[in-house]
Ligand binder design. Sequence first.
Ligand code: SF4
Length: 294
Amino acid sequence: MLTEFSNGVELSKICNESNKKIWEIMIEREVENSQLDREAILNYMKENLNIMKNSIKKGLYEDVKSVSGLVGGDAKLIRERYENEKTVSGKRMNKAVASAVAVLEVNASMGQIVAAPTAGSSGILPAALVTVGEDFHISDDQLSKALFTASAIGYIITKNATVAGAEGGCQAETGAAAAMAASALVELLGGSPEQALDAAAMTIKNILGLVCDPLAGLVEVPCVKRNAIGVANAFICSDMALAGVKSVIPFDEVVEAMYKVGKSLPCELRETALGGLAATPTGIRIKKQIFSKK
Ligand code: SF4
């Protein structure tokens, strides 16, 4: 039997009938759809995890600056504060936020990251898993499996909507990444496939309508900080789902709504840098400065 699914309802049904988690079903699907065996696929995901960890480390401890000079160094600032002071949202949240910022800063400085699902949203999933992995002493093997949970959610969103800011706004891009992270955290911490889908649904609901408006068209401002908010969103929604809170609107319907909202956004708010923050006086001034340097 082929392990194929197109949406959350089908995935949930397969999980229930086989009494398996989402990550197990996703690995089976990958084995069926590739020329690779299970071990090779797991090793491939472990390599991704390593790249994620390295990008976090680089952003947290090295001097990273984007080519435009707009972003860089904030991950270090956040780390130094949570290491030395009490923080409003707690050490774990700050560690995750710093890690998400770190990856985006590395991306903006042309460093190596894993696009999960895109470069612009590449900080959220690593930050969520690596932070929780470290704090809960979870093995790389388990973290890699959680990445398959995230992959299944990303696959469904891609199949039924989009993960591109240019098509669906930032709600699609960082929203998808946050939904992937939230579902992965749920399964990593012992939650059910239904809870993982609820977490993913709640995560996207929280930022429905978020526009894509990068200054000068660069994946820097506001992208870095939207990754910080993305991991916070994932943390909160995974905790709510694990506590038994359900999404009133099912995951598949949330994804459909997100896609429709994205399609109804004017082109100025879909990565063209013509609207939103990009069109503010400061956004326009920064764009002129960057392009006059070239
Ligand atoms: S603002 Fe646009 S480019 Fe930046 S992270 Fe969001 S979707 Fe990506």
